[in-house]
Design a protein around this ligand. Structure first.
Ligand code: SF4
Length: 341
């Protein structure tokens, strides 16, 4: 049984910052501030609905959990306690800013059964952090991540945003390598969505912020997926949740309701190209039948048959079939130009 979260959205309350990309109310889709009775109601309901409570965390998401007024943070944590333990939920998961992590805060979190802390790193370039008015530095992320790990009782998660103002391919690759060096258990990757009512929105409208090419961001994120897989880092989110609120408020950026599938398809395209490359020049291949594990057929074909079309444009007719087991791509049949097999 996989991991799941019971999400309690804690909106912008108490966050003294105004990051250039943030319109927290738009993202959470709610302005209501949850209190102890809301936490209890949500948890009671979830206890009856969740299949495997032992693999489920109560997740306080949406804002910067450790930056809210202390009394309020303790109220929410306190309300969750009776739902954690044997035959109950596994623990609590929170998201917060790296500059609101200290031993004092971590002691409170540990004593209140917090099991996972996700830090909004967003970028590991100080230029990008500053340009997007994040209010913390790369050093803050590194210090907070190391302090969290030193406790030995928290899973570390890091969140990053791709395509922020003043970012480019180099800053994104730098961000990835610094994130990976901190060995998080999980990462969330959010390609930027430019929302109305944000500073980023103004910069975008004025023409000052020119986002990267959509395809470039897909390529970068596909690379991160591959690297994370190699390092055993779990990419628990890639792309914002498909939501009507976001779709209504969006001015631009890198939103796609199935962004992860786009990236997985892109990775498959690369794998297929590598496999075909073993047979010489791709342009010398007329047609090929490729077999992939059955459950990966749709990724191999790509969104709206993007991979089939891509190779067609290169003059190669590809048919994808499925096989059981094995993670390997196999070439079942290949016809070179001139009829050679
Ligand atoms: S710290 Fe988080 S909640 Fe506060 S403005 Fe920035 S993104 Fe929004």
């Amino acid at each position: 049984m996989g991991h799941s979260n019971i999400s309690v959205f804690v909106p912008h309350i108490g966050c003294p910052h105004m990051c250039a990309f943030c319109n927290q109310r738009t993202i959470t889709g709610t302005e209501k501030i949850p209190h102890a009775d809301d936490v209890k109601r949500i948890c009671t309901q979830a206890m009856n609905e969740v299949k495997d409570v032992s693999q489920t965390e109560i997740a306080f998401f949406g804002g910067s959990f450790t930056a809210v007024p202390r009394e309020y943070m303790l109220e929410l944590l306190g309300a969750a306690q009776e739902f954690i333990g044997n035959d109950k939920f596994k623990g609590i998961r929170i998201s917060t800013r790296p500059d609101y992590i200290s031993t004092e805060i971590l002691d409170i979190l540990r004593d209140n059964h917090v099991t996972a802390i996700e830090l909004g790193a967003q970028s590991m370039s100080d230029v990008v952090l500053k340009a997007n008015e994040r209010g913390h530095t790369v050093q803050d992320v590194e210090n907070a991540a190391k302090l969290i790990k030193s406790y030995g009782c928290f899973d570390l998660g890091l969140q990053m945003m791709i395509g922020l103002y003043k970012s480019n391919r180099e800053t994104e690759l730098e961000t990835w390598s610094k994130i990976a060096a901190l060995s998080p258990k999980t990462v969330r990757i959010y390609p930027v969505v430019i929302l109305n009512g944000t500073r980023l929105g103004e910069l975008y409208k004025s023409g000052e912020y020119k986002p990267m090419d959509f395809d470039e961001v897909v390529k970068i994120c596909s690379y991160f997926l591959t690297e994370a897989d190699k390092l055993g880092i779990d990419v628990i989110k890639l792309g914002l949740h498909a939501s009507e609120v976001v779709e209504e408020q969006m001015l631009g950026g890198f939103y796609h309701p199935a962004f992860r599938e786009l990236c997985e398809g892109r990775n498959y395209r690369r794998l297929i190209a590598e496999e075909l490359g073993k047979h010489g020049n791709i342009s010398d291949i007329a047609s090929v039948v490729i077999s992939v594990p059955k459950r990966q057929i749709s990724k191999a074909i790509g969104q709206k048959k993007a991979n089939i079309e891509y190779f067609k444009d290169l003059g190669v007719n590809i048919k994808i079939v499925g096989h059981e087991g094995s993670d390997k791509i196999k070439i079942n049949e290949i016809i070179m130009r001139g009829g050679e097999k």
